[in-house]
Design a protein around this ligand. Structure first.
Ligand SMILES: NC(=O)c1ccc[n+]([C@@H]2O[C@H](COP(=O)([O-])OP(=O)(O)OC[C@H]3O[C@@H](n4cnc5c(N)ncnc54)[C@H](OP(=O)(O)O)[C@@H]3O)[C@@H](O)[C@H]2O)c1
Length: 227
């Protein structure tokens, strides 16, 4: 999703910094994206480490918009009876505390017209057995955004809540069963397909652009909440 957003920003002629934990992966993404336009920078940072987040925004200088798609959900999909505490903590650290740390260090560098957008997810609305911690984290992230929309105003803080979207995250969740799992969901969804990263990128851009939307959750889920 982050990659699709970067491609969209570059295609519009704007500048973007993409962030992740792995310099080699970032370099590969940058090389692929460069074809879409000039103006891309990379930065290595783990959003769950405050010193790294602080360094990140000291290095970028002022930014107009920040979108956070980082997640480390490795091992987090577990029945509560076999809850893996380190895995749950990694998820909480990346998705909730990471988002809070980014807000803390990004906001002072941003213009009053700027925006911060988090990424929650359908698990908060259609929880499934084995997904309790993921559901809780997505729900909590939306509450965090609502509170920050007041605390950081007039900076706007919003959330995109994706449904099932065909991204690399599914390789970790479903492995070889990825195509079958996504295909079965596509058959059930009102939209008749699962999401593409570009669907989510468009939603991020809408929230970045619309100066009157704050404290809002934008559902981009193909109707998943109603099945
Ligand atoms: N795909 C779906 O069906 C779906 C559905 C609902 C919600 N979501 C949510 O949408 C968001 C984006 O998901 P996605 O599918 O685009 O995931 P993805 O393809 O796995 O991308 C996640 C990105 O986060 C980076 N990352 C992970 N941990 C990080 C950390 N600690 N610090 C900095 N970067 C970190 C990863 O790069 P490195 O590993 O190189 O750091 C990777 O680029 C997530 O919050 C996810 O929970 C996804």
């Amino acid at each position: 999703m982050g990659y699709a957003l970067a491609a969209s920003v570059l295609a519009a002629g704007d500048r973007v910094t993409i962030v992740g934990r792995d310099a080699a992966r970032l370099a590969a993404a940058r090389k692929q994206l460069q074809a879409d336009g000039p103006g891309i920078a990379t930065a290595v940072a783990d959003v769950s480490e405050e010193s790294a987040v602080e360094r990140l925004f000291a290095g970028t200088g002022p930014v107009d918009h920040v979108v956070i798609t980082a997640v480390d959900a490795t091992g987090a999909y577990q029945h509560v009876s076999v809850l893996d505490l380190p895995a749950a903590r990694r998820l909480i650290d990346t998705k909730i505390l990471g988002a809070a740390l980014v807000a803390k260090h990004a906001a002072p560098t941003m213009p009053s017209t700027g925006s911060i957008t988090f990424t929650s997810g359908i698990a908060a609305y259609r929880p499934a057995p084995g997904g309790s911690i993921v559901a809780a984290v997505n729900g909590a992230l939306e509450s965090l955004a609502a509170a920050l929309a007041l605390e950081l105003a007039p900076l706007r803080v919003n959330v995109v809540s994706p449904g099932w979207v065909d991204t690399p995250v599914w390789d970790a969740i479903a492995g070889d069963g990825k195509a079958a799992r996504l295909g079965a969901m596509a058959d059930r969804l009102p939209a008749g397909r699962v999401g593409a990263p570009q669907d989510i990128a468009q939603a991020f851009r809408a929230l970045m652009a619309n100066g009157f939307i704050t404290g809002t959750v934008l559902h981009v889920d193909g109707g998943h909440r109603f099945i």
